[in-house]
Design a protein around this ligand. Structure first.
Ligand SMILES: Nc1ncnc2c1ncn2[C@@H]1O[C@H](COP(=O)(O)OP(=O)(O)OP(=O)(O)O)[C@@H](O)[C@H]1O
Length: 494
């Protein structure tokens, strides 16, 4: 992980921990509680939310901002609390092999409730959020309707009353996540999911699909590259052909959702592209799964953007290569959902490859998703505001990554994640630094990536034909930047 990567993670963690201490989130609980959300007519501040939520909002979003964009404030706090809850629930270190099912596990509960609430609201415009009957959250609810959930109306198209109704739905949702009372009527995963495999079945299937070689014999461990939430990554030499590979070592005993690993391995096996960090093989040794990948010895793009100033031609080259990866994934019906410089790895020769497919979602045609997934600063507004979204979220994130290449960091990086979420929802397209110094083609490219209106945002294929990419410099011109960054960061892949 890069220096900034470390800082970024520490910062995010720190904010989470701070917020967590302040909020003491409990289990989703007493949904019959009567709460009436409103805005104070004098201060413009939100009232009626659980006190923990209000504390969080009031410390990070000004009264004027709450007044201006109450729905953005609530969406942001909801998102924020949701991710905290997920972090607490998923204390196992494994991440990359998380499928849509895992990501939506809790979201399904929430969305069903929202769905019901929305239906309820079509007949009732009262702001009261506790007025619905027990039936709204009955434990026997069938959660399979998630895919058909109607899209939330866009902010721009909503009339004031509608906006407040929407806000009510969100607050209902918030209450269910953050309520501090004791009862817990929401189903747990094992009651909702169909046919989850037992651990024994997972081990059997892993044994079947993994390479039978003993990884401890076949690979010589050279050097640790880092330890992510998902396991330890190290450089190894493959005795079979003396090639150097990157291996992610996952301790399965620490993974509660082992069945999801299978899905991801099967997905990874099917993807091979010159701009993806390709999966090589998987090995099982007792409780450890070793996933061998191509080794990228130039480090992450984050290392470069934080340490070195890139020329437009170099930015264009990285954008083109990343877009080729995105377009490939999209052509396979897959959204990456976590495009950012940390997930773009570089080879010493200037090769550019996208990695970390843990958040990928498979979609069919123009099908839409609604799960809140990604890393806050790179998230498209439609994800933050829980609208239905599709492949173009990756194009937005690419636009944010282009800003990283201009500025060294994404917009709002100095803000807390909660404020960043609020600003993404409230401001939409971020202000782009040094705008005047950018070429017209680059400006137009960024415009096309960062349209809040998804219909106006370009597709990955369209961007591959954009004139900005014609100024792309040769990939080998990235090598001096990589070397400089490695020198500064004291990194070596030998
Ligand atoms: N194929 C690879 N080649 C070279 N370096 C890699 C490769 N895969 C991962 N790394 C590096 O190894 C380190 C750990 O990676 P990993 O993906 O486990 O962690 P992370 O991205 O920091 O966290 P997370 O698990 O949350 O994604 C990072 O610095 C990453 O850039």
């Amino acid at each position: 992980m890069s220096g900034r990567g470390v800082l970024r993670k520490l910062f995010y963690k720190k904010q989470h921990n701070k917020d967590e201490r302040a909020t003491e989130i409990g289990m989703p609980t007493n949904v019959k509680q009567h709460i009436h959300v409103s805005k104070n007519s004098e201060t413009g501040m939100l009232e009626g939310l659980p006190s923990s939520w209000l504390r969080l909002i009031n410390t990070q979003i000004t009264p004027a901002e709450q007044n201006e964009n109450p729905d953005a404030a609530i969406q942001a706090v909801k998102f924020h609390m949701y991710t905290i809850k997920k972090e607490k629930a998923q204390d196992e270190p494994f991440k990359p092999f998380v499928t849509e099912e895992a990501i939506t596990e809790e979201d399904l509960e929430i969305e069903k409730l929202l769905d019901k609430k929305n239906a309820h609201q079509s007949q009732d415009s009262d702001l009261s959020i506790g007025q619905s009957s027990e039936e709204d959250v009955a434990p026997n609810d069938n959660f399979s309707q998630r895919q058909t959930m109607p899209a939330t109306p866009t902010k721009h198209s909503m009339k004031k009353k509608d906006a407040m109704m929407d806000l009510t739905a969100v607050v209902q949702d918030l209450t269910l996540i953050g309520d501090e009372s004791e009862e817990s009527p929401i189903l747990r995963k094992k009651e909702m999911m169909n046919a989850a495999l037992t651990d024994e079945e997972v081990y059997e299937e892993l044994k079947r699909i993994c390479n039978k070689d003993d990884p401890y014999v076949r690979f010589e461990r050279i050097k640790q590259l880092g330890a992510g939430a998902s396991g330890v990554v190290f450089i190894a030499i493959d005795s079979k052909d003396n090639s150097r590979v990157a291996i992610k070592d996952i301790d399965l005993t620490k993974q509660s959702k082992k069945d999801l690993i299978l899905n991801e391995i099967n997905v990874l096996k099917g993807f091979h592209h010159k701009n993806l960090v390709n999966f090589l093989d998987a090995f099982l040794s007792y409780d450890h799964l070793w996933v061998a990948m191509e080794l990228l010895d130039g480090g992450s793009l984050t290392d470069v953007v934080t340490e070195v100033v890139m020329k437009e031609g170099q930015i264009a080259a990285v954008c083109r290569e990343t877009l080729q990866a995105i377009a490939f994934l999209h052509s396979k019906g897959t959204i990456h959902r976590d495009i950012k410089s940390d997930n773009v790895l570089l080879g010493m020769d200037g090769t550019v490859k996208v990695t970390d497919f843990g958040f990928c979602a498979n979609i069919v045609g123009d099908e839409k998703r609604q799960t809140m997934v990604g890393t806050p600063y790179w998230m498209a507004p439609e994800v933050v505001t829980r609208k239905q979204y599709g492949k173009k979220v990756d194009v937005w994130s690419l636009g944010i990554m282009a800003i990283e290449m201009i500025e060294g960091e994404p917009p709002y990086m100095k803000e807390t994640p909660l404020r960043a979420l609020y600003l993404i929802a409230a401001v939409g397209r971020p202000k782009i630094p040094r705008w005047e110094s950018l070429s017209p083609d680059f400006q137009d490219f960024l415009d096309k990536c960062l349209h809040v209106d998804v219909d106006l945002r370009a597709t990955a294929d369209e961007l591959l034909a954009h004139p900005f990419l014609e100024c792309a410099m040769e990939l080998k011109t990235l090598t001096p930047l990589i070397k400089a960054a490695q020198r500064i960061l004291h990194k070596s892949y030998d």
